[in-house]
Ligand binder design. Structure first.
Ligand code: TK8
Length: 335
């Protein structure tokens, strides 16, 4: 009896160790990705595309799970989790990255990028790469710039056509000093807040408004609690697809390459899809909200009103860095 017990136990143990050894030989790596947006967003759909590429090209050695709607935390908390190595990937806007890596503030300067294509040119060029590389200093590997997009103002109080109309509005901003400063210049009363709290803050009247790309305003149902929208396009928000350095350093180089290649390939997929979706959802929103489309002259008023922010933050961001970005934009425009 006792012998048989030992034999069975040994066989079971062999089986368990054998299987896990096999698993290790096959290289089982697991990635959890968390984001703040929901599963209807272009960001989520692009992550599904990324997951499929990685799982296929790694022959199943890497498995990916995606968590949407801040299930793993807000942008700041998830970046901290990447630093600790307790979460593998996330994809925040650059604005909440700035408190970790100061230079990212440059992208928060209002009306910086004249077009999506100018943004692509700068982000995919040497300046964009230099900033991605800086993430390594805080324990994160920046894989690629994806797109959140041009941000537009919504509110529940009145139609906004001029900076004058913004006066006194309580606006939720991302957790970033330049966004706060820009809204203060416009005479608004801005409050920084994590994305996951925005809907209920608007619903309960804690804030009057917020600003995000059209896709987000539609797909997160913001129009249910916001009556007015204006196509301010006051800032272009890039996303950064990023991975924990602790996890990255454990990956064999062939798998690092699989991830890197998939991140770049899905960057193009993401930008295209995001642009299509933002255009589509602007049209849909016109049937749900009072949407103000600004004339170029009206938009110029907003641009002029927030201009002081450039000088106020020049030293903090770095004058050379701002100049470098502006030169790249000029280079793109003269092509
Ligand atoms: C989602 C955020 C969001 C951003 C914001 O996690 O906070 O308003 O635009 O999309 O990154």
């Amino acid at each position: 009896m006792r012998n048989r017990f030992y034999i069975i136990t040994s066989l079971a143990l062999l089986l368990v160790f054998g299987l896990s050894a096999l698993g290790m030989a096959k290289g089982e790596y697991h990635i959890n990705i968390g984001i703040g947006l929901n599963d209807k967003s272009a960001q989520y759909k692009s992550l599904v595309y990324f997951k499929e590429l990685v799982e296929k090209n790694s022959d199943g050695r890497i498995k990916i799970d995606i968590y949407h709607s801040s299930q793993l935390g807000d942008d700041r908390e998830m970046m901290e989790a990447l630093q600790l190595g307790v979460q593998e990937m996330t994809c925040p806007s650059t604005a909440p990255i700035a408190p970790f890596v100061n230079e990212f503030k440059v992208f928060d300067l209002p009306f910086l990028f004249p077009s999506n294509e100018a943004a692509d040119y700068v982000l995919d060029g040497p300046v964009g790469q230099k900033l991605l590389d800086k993430l390594a200093d805080i324990g994160i590997i920046g894989l690629a710039y994806w797109e959140n997009g041009y941000r537009h103002l919504t509110n529940s109080v009145r139609p906004v056509q001029s900076p004058e109309d913004v006066k006194g509005l309580k606006i939720r901003t991302m957790e970033n000093p330049i966004h706060l400063a820009a809204w203060r210049e416009l005479g608004a009363n801005p409050t920084p807040m994590a994305f996951g709290e925005v809907f209920s803050a608007m619903q309960q009247g804690v804030v009057d408004g917020q600003e995000n790309p059209w896709g987000t305003i539609y797909l997160q149902n913001f129009y249910e609690v916001q009556k007015y929208a204006t196509d301010t396009g006051h800032v272009y928000s890039p996303f950064v697809l990023m991975i924990s350095k602790k996890f990255w350093d454990k990956l064999p180089s062939d798998l690092q390459k699989v991830i890197k290649d998939a991140a770049i390939k899905s960057k193009y997929y993401n930008r295209k899809l995001n642009r299509e979706m933002n255009a589509e959802y602007l049209e849909k929103l016109k049937t749900k909200m009072h949407v103000t489309i600004l004339t170029p002259e009206q938009r110029a008023e907003f641009k002029k009103a927030v201009q002081p922010v450039y000088e106020k933050f020049a030293d903090e961001i770095g004058r050379d860095l701002i100049k470098e970005v502006q030169q790249q934009i000029e280079e793109f425009q003269s092509k």
